[in-house]
Design a protein around this ligand. Structure first.
Ligand SMILES: NC(=O)c1ccc[n+]([C@@H]2O[C@H](COP(=O)([O-])OP(=O)(O)OC[C@H]3O[C@@H](n4cnc5c(N)ncnc54)[C@H](O)[C@@H]3O)[C@@H](O)[C@H]2O)c1
Length: 355
């Protein structure tokens, strides 16, 4: 088992436990569950079908009473209406500050359930059990929780760190290939920004099975990078921005196509390629980096070409982006594979990223 400890303040730290088969050992985690009278498992319909009954049994055997809330699968559930329904259920179950939420699912369940935990009774504990690759390597660590508004994604949220993150790479055996490759977009990002070793390793897999065999190690490497960055900058004032490599452009692409044509990982892949093309041309990035990134993304079937979008529309989407500060945008650019820096771009120059 790989065990990391994420220390976000002098008073809060939590374990990130990563091991194949750990989902079947949750019953033995009596110390983790000892503080709670009840645990409410929040999950979605797809994950519930495969894993909820087992998880209920495991948590109950660890000590607390167990209740479950099953939401429809998909991004549409990350909304205010769903939050309100969950609050109602928490009231019905008489959940108090001595109780906890356990999120069992992908990034949607983690963000939504975490947001409910951050806000219900001004904050109750929660435990993340991520089941998609994207959630295992990214969204479950770091405490960003939130929901979408009609006006845009993740516009309402909080920083609320979990009490533990329990990651079983065996969950990925039932994850659709499309979502697996989507998560690979984020995995590749970690290689780009912080680990040439990971980048090179990812280049070496010819078969899916080999990749899945090594998943414990890959997920642990990504979580270790994320944990280090989050510990240094929990509230995204500086260093944490490197985790957004490719995201500014990716977010515009996702939004322009109304989240239907490109998934998050695909958007990030396009963004990483496009930014690197630009920064390499400007001499910020070592020559050849763009070609290396394209080759790796293509290896995992991820898109690399910026689709044609009218620039007025791009500008409109970009300018409603919450990441503009004092008329400037901070984007992550690579010096070379494995080393990132933050570059400041003035608002009137930002559109150049899309040409
Ligand atoms: N909080 C953060 O730091 C952060 C970071 C990145 C992304 N996100 C958010 O994460 C969300 C996307 O996460 P996602 O890609 O996991 O999407 P998701 O939660 O919608 O999961 C994708 C699909 O896979 C299914 N699924 C999940 N695990 C499964 C399993 N083991 N077996 C079978 N099916 C399974 C789900 O039911 C869903 O249909 C977005 O809302 C995004 O904004 C948050």
């Amino acid at each position: 088992m790989k065990e990391l400890v994420c220390k976000t303040s002098n008073t809060h730290q939590y374990p990130i436990l990563i091991e194949k088969g750990i989902k079947d050992r949750i019953a033995s985690m009596k110390t983790l569950f000892a503080p709670y009278h009840k645990v409410v498992i929040i999950t979605d319909k797809n994950v519930a079908k495969k894993y909820l009954a087992d998880m209920e049994r495991q948590v109950r055997a660890a000590g607390p009473k167990v209740y479950s809330i099953v939401i429809p699968a998909g991004e549409e559930s990350k909304c205010m209406g769903q939050v309100s329904d969950i609050y109602d259920e928490l009231v019905k179950c008489n959940v108090t500050r001595k109780d906890a939420i356990l999120t069992l699912g992908g990034g949607v369940v983690g963000d939504l359930g975490g947001f409910c935990a951050a806000t219900y009774l001004r904050g109750i504990d929660f435990i993340q059990v991520p089941t998609s690759l994207l959630a295992q390597v990214d969204s479950s660590v770091g405490g960003k929780v939130g929901i979408d508004l009609d006006a845009g994604k993740n516009l309402v949220g909080a920083f609320h760190q979990p009490e533990a993150v329990i990651i079983d790479p065996l969950f990925l055996d039932t994850l659709d290939d499309h979502y697996l490759m989507d998560g690979m977009g984020e995995v590749i990002k970690y290689g780009c920004i912080k680990s040439q070793g990971l980048f090179v390793k990812l280049m070496s897999y010819a078969y899916h099975e080999d990749l899945l065999d090594d998943m414990e190690e890959i997920v642990a490497k990504c979580c270790a990078i994320k944990k280090d960055v989050v510990e240094a900058d929990e509230h995204e004032q500086g260093l944490r921005r490197i985790l957004n490599f490719g995201h500014t452009v990716g977010h515009v692409v996702e939004t322009f196509y109304k989240y239907k044509k490109y998934s998050h990982g695909q958007g990030v892949a396009i963004g990483m390629a496009q930014i690197t093309k630009k920064t390499e041309a400007e001499g910020i990035t070592q020559v050849g980096t763009y070609d290396q990134i394209i080759a790796l993304l293509e290896n995992y079937g991820l898109p690399t070409k910026l689709p044609k979008m009218p620039l007025e529309k791009v500008q409109e989407i970009l300018f409603t982006d919450k990441k503009f500060e004092n008329n400037a945008l901070h984007i992550c650019a690579l010096e070379k594979v494995g080393r990132a820096q933050i570059v400041k771009i003035q608002k009137d120059q930002a559109i150049e990223l899309f040409r």
